[in-house]
Design a protein around this ligand. Structure first.
Ligand code: AVJ
Ligand code: FE
Length: 419
């Protein structure tokens, strides 16, 4: 139990260091709204603390609300992102003081941690990192440079076969015994998957540029009808943040650089991924195909938490904001799954063809608004996490979802085909 408490405390502290780093800027920039798609950063900051108060002080420890009058301001359902700048939000100094007080009290309660509350701690740690990734997407939308340290270089690229064959057969999807798993990852269940091929690595910027250059954005036949409407209405011609001045350039965290053709494409929406796949004579993988390729060990007939095994190893994937961009395709050969598929975790979130639904036997826990209210045809599932995803929120069962038009997130894709 003591080692567990120490790990939870260390993870809470690490998440807060990350949040602090992402909000170390002028007050005016913290309260400004960069895009109606995103909250002012000061909203994310106070929301992180309010969520922590709700679950770790009130629900887990039975402590009275500190500032009940602010709860409604930070309730994501009462106030959609576009409306948040007009709310009477806590100013930056007050927001920082509030979340620091919550945190001090939470660390005090850790002494008397009860086993049934461990899952709430895991949830709150992941929640802070998920908002940190969202804050990075806000920084990416800003035009001003935001300087973070790039700590890591991938070890290098080893040759790969373009696609991997996965024979027909059942596998175990989801989990029933991972304490950190959200409700939408539960319960574990058998899924029989017909034989398929899946790309060994994600689609690269170079691959995607070939689609753009061949006029892919002007040919309706590659596009889903809704995707074609979106492309026409917004006059989209390339991934977000790309522009052409003789060569393809991109804006990344406020700086302009040539598009690195060897990296996975990112900032494409589901419709763009879907159109590319059709142009390439392929399709997006289903969510089950993605997870089977990532987790299933056919020899041992069991699923692993990471493609490479059950223990997190930092040199096997580009996670945790150590690099500020994807690593070249073909990196992290050691991080491949038993089927030999690479870069399943980290680098870019990967769009799947599947809409977001609960697994058979789904039970909302601990609250309906995390997952259940999003089930239905409107959201597409993304898997694997990006370079901006913390390892505490990355595993082979983790599910993310968004609208098929969204591309400010760090999302790319890989293709598949039926055998
Ligand atoms: C799982 C990324 C879609 O940011 O809307 C944060 C995560 N839920 N606070 C989101 C979440 C509540 C969620 N996504
Ligand atoms: Fe949240």
């Amino acid at each position: 139990m003591d080692a567990l408490k120490e790990r939870l405390a260390a993870e809470l502290i690490a998440a807060r260091e990350r949040s602090d780093r992402l909000t170390r800027m002028e007050d005016a920039d913290l309260v400004a709204q960069v895009s109606p798609l995103m909250s002012p950063l000061v909203w994310d900051l106070a929301h992180i603390g309010n969520y922590e108060e709700l679950w770790l002080l009130r629900a887990a420890a039975g402590i009275e609300p500190m500032r009940p009058e602010i709860d409604t301001l930070y309730d994501a359902f009462e106030h959609p992102r576009a409306t948040r700048p007009s709310l009477p939000l806590l100013p930056p100094d007050e927001a920082r003081a509030y979340i620091a007080t919550v945190r001090d009290k939470v660390l005090d309660t850790l002494d008397a941690l009860r086993p049934e509350n461990v899952a709430l701690f895991e949830m709150v740690i992941q929640h802070e990192h998920q908002h940190d990734e969202t804050m990075l997407a806000t920084h990416q939308l800003r035009r001003a440079p935001f300087h973070l340290r790039e700590e890591d270089r991938p070890a290098g690229v080893a040759p790969w076969a373009p696609e991997t064959y996965i024979p027909a057969g059942p596998f175990t999807m989801g989990t029933s015994d991972d304490v950190a798993a959200y409700d939408n990852e539960r319960p574990a269940h058998r899924v029989d998957v017909p034989a398929y091929f899946i790309d060994t690595v994600p689609v690269s910027n170079g691959d995607y540029a070939a689609f753009v250059e061949s006029g892919g954005y002007d040919e309706e036949r590659w596009w889903h009808p809704e995707g074609w409407k979106w492309r026409q209405g917004k006059r989209i011609e390339a991934p977000a943040f790309w522009f052409k001045e003789g060569v393809w350039l991109r804006r990344r965290l406020g700086e302009v650089e040539p598009v690195p053709f060897d990296q996975p494409v990112q900032h494409v929406c589901w419709y763009e991924a879907d159109a590319y796949a059709r142009w390439a004579g392929r399709r997006l993988p289903t969510e089950a195909e993605w997870e089977k390729a990532a987790s299933w060990d056919p020899e041992r007939q069991k699923a692993h938490r990471y493609p490479w095994g059950d223990v997190y190893l930092p040199d096997r994937a580009n996670l945790g904001q150590r690099r500020l961009q994807p690593a070249p395709v073909g990196s992290y050969a050691e991080g491949a799954s038993p089927y030999g598929v690479r870069q399943l975790l980290g680098d870019v979130w990967e769009w799947t063809s599947t809409s977001f639904h609960g697994y058979p036997g789904f039970r909302a826990h601990p609250y309906r608004e995390y997952s259940e209210v999003f089930f239905g045809p409107d959201y597409k599932v993304l898997r694997g996490g990006s370079w901006a995803t913390d390892p505490t929120a990355a595993r082979t069962t983790f599910r993310n979802w968004d609208y098929p038009i969204r591309r400010q997130i760090f999302a790319g894709f890989r293709c598949a085909r039926s055998a």
